[in-house]
Each structure stands twice: as C-alpha cells, then as structure tokens.
Design a protein around this ligand. Structure first.
Ligand SMILES: Nc1ncnc2c1ncn2[C@@H]1O[C@H](COP(=O)(O)OP(=O)(O)O)[C@@H](O)[C@H]1O
Ligand SMILES: [Mg+2]
Length: 286
C-alpha cells in the first residue's frame, strides 16, 4: 500500500514539476549576436569626385586602351580564380609612387563594373595613404580605427559610387602600422571580409624598405606586382618577387608604359616586361 502511495506521490511531484517548467520563462541564455556580415554590404554610399583627367581610366576613358587592358586583367584574374578560393589579392611594388594605388583603384572599378561582383578595396598602406585623395573624398575613419576597436567595420566601410566597389580606407595614421597588421583583430577582419566579398584587393605599401608586405603576404591568395616603366629598377622587381612563395605572384603590371626611353636598360621597359612576366602581364599607358 505504501509503495503504491509513494509511487503516486512521486508521479504527483513529477506532474507539478513539469507544470512549473511549462509556465516558467525559459532560462536566460547569453545571446551572442551573430556577426552580421550582411551589414557590411549595406554600407553607406559615398559619391567620389572622379574628374575626366583622373587616372581611374577604367571609368574616365571606358573605351580607351588603358580600360581595355584592365578588362584583360579582370578576365585573367577571373579565370585564375575559377574553382578556387582565391579572393585576397595584394597589390604591391618595390618602391613608392610606382602606381600601386592607381592600379588598385582601376582594378577594383573594373572587377565591380558589372555590378554582380562585390569588391572590397582595403587600404593597407598606412604609411602613405592616398586612396581618398585619388577619389576626391574627405578624410574618414578606416582600418586603424576598426583594428583598434574604435569603429566597427560596418560603419567604416563605404560603397563608392559611381565606381561600385566598397572601400575601407586607412583611417588615421598609426604609430605602429606594421604591428597593427599582425594583430589577431586584423586577421579576423580579413576572415570576415573573405566570407562577405568576392574579391578583397589590398592596396599595400611598397615592398622596400618596409616589413608590411612580408606581414601581409600570409593573407594573400595572389600577388599582383606593379612596376613603373622607366623608373622601377629591375633588380628591385626581382627582389620583390623573391619575397613571395613560388606561384603566389599571379602577374605583373607595367604602369605608364608609353613613352619609355628604351635606352635606360636598367629600368623595366616594354619588351622585357612581356618576356619576363609569366602568366598575367599587361602594360598601362601613361
Ligand atoms: N600611368 C600613369 N601615368 C601618369 N601618372 C601616373 C600613372 N600612374 C600613377 N600616376 C601618378 O603617380 C603618382 C603615384 O601613383 P600612386 O598610384 O599613388 O603610387 P603608389 O601607390 O605606388 O605610391 C600619383 O600622383 C598618380 O596619379
Ligand atoms: Mg599607394
């Protein structure tokens, strides 16, 4: 009798327990908001001031030979990307003023031209940032602030119209730019960008004498080298190539190729360029 009584009591207790569970609010859980990467794509729009004589020839001279050459690079890059997870492309050169930023702007514009491909141009030259100036835009927060957690990426990235690419500018100058590029925060940012954009073009500082490119190279699926015709010494180009793993350099662009004095043989010039560049090479008119 007492066993039946005990069993009934137990059952009664269990019923009360489940009734309590049914009405009590669910236990509080700490909700970690998922990183809303989509937010990056709804970045505010900024209108760039692209003057007809600017060097963004892909936009200012769509039918011109310069734009056509960038179209060829775009095709070659797309082919090289097909079936692979290649999307982070470093754009660098041996020296300052070789034309890295000019090439980066044209390439970003060319890749984004049809509006289907999402392209992020990331300004990682924290020593001599120039993209905002090239685009006729005011200074604004950028990579430095984002890495230092003073701004979130969704508020620092801008969609640049009418060029159609997304931009994360360098931001305020940093006292330790090379160290900044080595932080876990920078690594995780790049991971987020990779999952959000089709292409991440990194406008780098020159390879010499800085260490930044050596730091950045581990993130690169590919490297595009820029040399300036008649200016960039060929030895420095060869030294730059050696900084990367075999196969990492996907191509080389000879900037300002027209009007090169071929007598200056210690500098890169047209024929040499075509002969030496393995897979993807092109020349951009001055
Ligand atoms: N093909 C070219 N013809 C004439 N001027 C150019 C050409 N490419 C770049 N420039 C100019 O040279 C300067 C340096 O170019 P930039 O792209 O900022 O170089 P980097 O990023 O390598 O320092 C800029 O004033 C730019 O407008
Ligand atoms: Mg530059």
């Amino acid at each position: 009798m007492s066993r039946v009584y005990d069993a009934l009591r137990k059952l009664e207790e269990q019923t009360k327990e489940s009734a309590r569970e049914a009405v009590s609010p669910p236990p509080k859980t700490v909700v970690v908001p998922p990183k809303n990467l989509e937010q990056l794509l709804s970045a505010p729009v900024l209108e760039a001031r692209v003057a007809p004589d600017d060097r963004i020839v892909v936009y200012t001279d769509r039918r011109g030979p310069g734009a056509e050459r960038f179209r060829l690079i775009r095709i070659a890059l797309r082919n090289s990307q097909a079936g692979k997870a290649q999307k982070v492309l470093l754009i660098t050169s041996p020296l300052p003023r070789d034309g890295k930023s000019t090439v980066a702007l044209n390439l970003a514009t060319s890749l984004a031209e049809e509006g289907k491909v999402k392209v992020l141009l990331l300004e990682a030259d924290l020593h001599r940032p120039s993209l905002l100036q090239h685009l006729g835009l005011q200074k604004m927060c950028g990579l430095t602030e984002v890495v230092e957690d003073m701004a979130d990426p969704a508020s620092a990235i801008r969609r640049i119209e009418p060029l159609r690419f997304y931009l994360l500018a360098a931001g305020r100058s940093s006292e330790h730019p090379t160290e900044m590029l080595q932080t876990e925060r920078f690594h995780s940012l790049l991971r987020d960008f990779k999952s959000c954009f089709d292409w991440v073009l990194i406008d780098c500082p020159p390879a010499f004498p800085l260490a930044d490119v050596v730091v950045l190279r581990s993130h690169a699926d590919g490297v595009l080298l820029v040399a300036r015709a008649g200016t960039t010494p060929r030895e420095t180009v060869q030294e730059t190539v050696q900084l990367f793993k075999p196969g990492q350099v996907v191509g080389m662009i000879l900037n300002a190729a027209e009007g090169v004095n071929h007598l200056y043989s210690k500098y890169y010039y047209r024929k040499e360029m075509v002969a030496q560049s393995e897979r993807l090479s092109t020349e951009v008119d001055g």
